[in-house]
Design a protein around this ligand. Structure first.
Ligand code: ADP
Ligand code: MG
Length: 399
């Protein structure tokens, strides 16, 4: 059984130091946050602890500094944002996550205050799950809380190694919420259950795809993923990206569930991603010398019609095309807006995946105009595929 922070009596946290692993891996450009959904999602846990008298130590990674100090990947701008949004006694920042200076700052920290540590991945020991490093992180606090759902599929020092050093290791509100929503989707979705899948690679999501396709009533396929399916049916897709390793699997899926799987019937194509000025729409097959970069308008209409029905559950992972480029973004934007219309009609709408969440923003659909935007990409898909997440399971394991 997992213990949630709300399971403990209110006075449990008073005067304790609590280490909270959060995921503040947010896009930062020139010291400014472009977007802070993950920060907003962590507010409830942080304030819950701080307002009950805990001294809260926050730790996160940011980007991939690969064990070196990379000034552009400092969490300092996040501390500034936290001090604007949190209602706590104070927000402090320290420019490392281990060592003497950190110890001193932690000792000075009083109940109700929050201290954000510098990027964990400035130390390579974080990703190698080094036990001395884990122990040193653990020595900072009395209680461990995991609220970094999106990093929980990794066995890193701060998500995994550290937990065994604590008698009290618990799930924060975000982790609890993610598990609740994704479990329902995995085990018992309201029907009809519509799954919209796109994105770059089947390989990254095969577990989740197998599970979701078998449970879904309708599967709408777009993105680069679609070309492997089309190709497995013998439809020519020109030079579009296909995954040879999954052609047989795709063919099997189509024979077993042909009636519920929708595939694109028209495409936005171009000779290459760079030659977007030469983009055009083709029906059916994609000619040689061209690659598919988005679903065409006919397909988008068919898909949005299905999505907008507004019944049951609609889950979306993976953009319908290379949406970062405006010329190839229309199918994805149409799907995002249809999803929010389904929400307004009463369907339960859930979005997973980092790029898919970014696509939602590009379509100007707010997180509050769907039921749930998961903070996880890989972690959500692992979970939906039925795999255990080490950072979550370790909360259960007791010596
Ligand atoms: P998520 O992060 O939401 O799980 P993915 O990482 O699987 O989504 O896929 C997102 C990426 O897929 C985007 O960068 C997008 O440009 C790319 N993509 C989608 N369709 C195509 C396509 N037809 N050709 C090339 N890239 C594509
Ligand atoms: Mg992605």
């Amino acid at each position: 059984m997992k213990i949630a922070i709300s399971d403990m009596p209110d006075d449990f946290y008073k005067g304790k130091k609590v280490f909270v692993r959060v995921d503040f891996n947010v896009p930062i450009e020139k010291g400014r946050l472009r977007e802070d959904y993950r920060i907003r999602r962590s507010i409830r846990t942080i304030e819950y602890l701080a307002n009950r008298g805990a001294a809260v130590i926050l730790a996160s990674h940011l980007g991939r500094p690969k064990g070196k100090v990379v000034p552009d990947l400092s969490l300092k701008p996040v501390a500034e944002r936290l001090s604007k949004v949190l209602r706590v006694k104070g927000v402090k920042f320290v420019n490392d996550c281990v060592g003497k200076k950190v110890k001193e700052k932690v000792e000075q920290l009083t109940g109700g205050e929050v201290l954000l540590l510098e990027n964990l991945r400035f130390h390579e020991e974080e990703e190698t799950n080094d036990s001395d490093f884990s122990k040193e992180l653990a020595s900072l606090a009395d209680i461990y809380v995991n609220d970094a759902f999106s990093t929980s599929h990794r066995k890193h020092a701060s998500t995994y190694g550290i937990a065994s050093f604590f008698d009290h290791r618990m799930a924060g509100f975000l982790v609890q919420n993610e598990i609740e929503v994704l479990s329902k989707l995995r085990d018992n979705p309201d029907r009809p259950f519509t799954v919209v899948v796109g994105g770059a690679k089947i390989k990254d999501k095969i577990g989740a795809l197998k599970n979701l396709i078998s449970k879904a009533d309708r599967v709408l396929i777009g993105g680069a993923v679609a070309y492997t399916f089309l190709s497995s049916k013998g439809i020519s897709v020109g030079e579009s990206l296909i995954e040879e390793d999954f052609l047989n699997w795709a063919q099997e899926v189509l024979t077993q569930s042909e009636e519920k799987v929708f595939l694109p019937e028209d495409h936005v194509v171009a000779p290459s991603m760079e030659k977007k000025a030469k983009a055009k729409v083709v029906q059916g097959e994609i000619p040689r010398g061209f690659m598919g970069f988005d679903i065409g308008q006919k397909t988008a209409l068919r898909y949005t019609h299905e999505i907008m029905k507004g019944q049951g559950t609609v889950f979306w992972n993976g953009p319908m095309g290379a949406f970062e480029i405006d010329e190839f973004s229309h199918g994805t934007i149409d799907v995002a807006r249809a999803l929010s219309l389904a929400y307004w009609r009463g369907a339960r709408t859930v979005v997973g995946g980092g790029d898919t969440a970014a696509a939602l923003r590009k379509a100007e659909v707010l997180e509050t105009e769907v039921d749930y935007v998961s903070t996880g990409g890989g972690a959500s898909l692992e979970f939906l595929g039925g795999n255990e997440l080490p950072g979550i399971s370790i909360l259960d394991d007791r010596k």
